[in-house]
Design a protein around this ligand. Structure first.
Ligand SMILES: [Zn+2]
Length: 323
């Protein structure tokens, strides 16, 4: 593996590489950031760098250590909670039993704990003891979506590394050789999470399918009378769990309509639907405040207002502003 295989996170890469070259590797790292930004991938490459026999800026990918890591087969690399279920006391006991032994082949042992916030309280207490006196030849890398979910005593003993969403440009660059025709849509709907974009392209994330569905619903709302709104109530009742995403897709659609109305088609996200955007654009009130209105509806739903009433208001407002 190479550092360039993870999109973005350049500052983190630089500081990890520097820590190896300057012999300032910590005993415990806490990689924190949203799902899908490359925490696990970077933890693996860092582990490989620590175990590589010829490390220099990148793992060499040729030594016996690199070969074993690339085939997930290195006895000094331990991945705990690989399936992301939960970390039980027994899992931590396995770690404790091996961490005080000498490494099998390398100079160090590396432990990656996926979803470290899923440690049970008993597991966390056991782990804390290890953190108090970590053996010099071990490096632990904890991965979490939110460090507030971990015991503060664990967090304070780790070097925190914060991952952020990456820019659209970075994701686009990373996917430049992919010839799927939905790359651009996936980039725009990924919210800076590379794995989400990749899953959309591979069909493992149905956001793009939902987009098509929501555009059809939107078209129906603007082309019908208030009676239809009551027919659509069932649809929205069924989609209660996804309402955030549905409103977000609608807001992106309306934003595109505004771009088209202002001759800025190049800025649209839904580029494959320009004709429909234009049709809707002709119906839109020029002084519409609908985006703000829908944002409020979305916030209100999060704050538990009457769901049905909020949806009715939103649908009526869409009809009013797209006559
Ligand atoms: Zn190597």
């Amino acid at each position: 593996m190479l550092y360039s295989q993870v999109a973005g996170q350049e500052e983190i890469k630089t500081s990890l590489i520097k820590s190896i070259n300057n012999n300032q590797v910590s005993h415990c790292y806490l990689f924190e950031g949203p799902e899908g930004v490359g925490k696990f991938e970077l933890a693996l490459i860092f582990a490989q760098s620590l175990l590589c026999l010829n490390f220099n800026k990148e793992p060499c990918n040729e030594c016996k250590s690199c070969i074993k890591i690339n085939s997930y087969n290195h006895p000094d690399l331990h991945i705990i909670n690989e399936n992301g279920n939960s970390i039980k006391r027994e899992d931590i006991d396995v770690l404790i039993n091996s961490i005080y032994n000498k490494p099998y082949e390398a100079k160090r042992k590396v432990y990656i704990l996926k979803d470290a916030h899923l440690m049970t309280p008993r597991a966390a207490n056991g782990f804390l003891k290890t953190l108090e006196e970590p053996p010099g030849d071990s490096v632990m890398i904890l991965l979490t979506i939110n460090s507030n979910l971990l015991l503060p005593t664990i967090v304070s003993r780790c070097q925190e590394v914060k991952f952020r969403n990456v820019s659209k440009e970075t994701i686009k660059l990373y996917l430049k050789d992919n010839d799927s025709d939905c790359v651009e849509l996936a980039v725009n709907y990924s919210k800076g999470i590379l794995n989400k974009a990749i899953n959309m392209i591979n069909g493992n994330d149905d956001t793009l399918k939902k987009r098509e569905e929501v555009i059809k619903i939107f078209d129906r709302i603007v082309n019908s009378d208030s009676e239809t709104i009551y027919e659509l109530e069932n649809y929205f009742e069924d989609k209660k769990d996804n309402i955030d995403l549905i409103i977000e897709i609608m807001i992106m659609w309306i934003r595109d309509i505004m771009f088209v109305n202002n001759n800025m088609e190049n800025l649209t996200i839904n580029k494959d639907c320009i004709e429909l955007l234009k049709t809707h654009g002709k119906k839109m009130k020029t002084d519409s405040d609908i985006i703000e209105f829908m944002q409020n509806i979305s916030d209100n739903i999060k704050n538990n207002v009457n769901y049905k009433l909020a949806i009715d208001n939103m649908l009526l407002k869409i009809q009013e502003d797209f006559k």
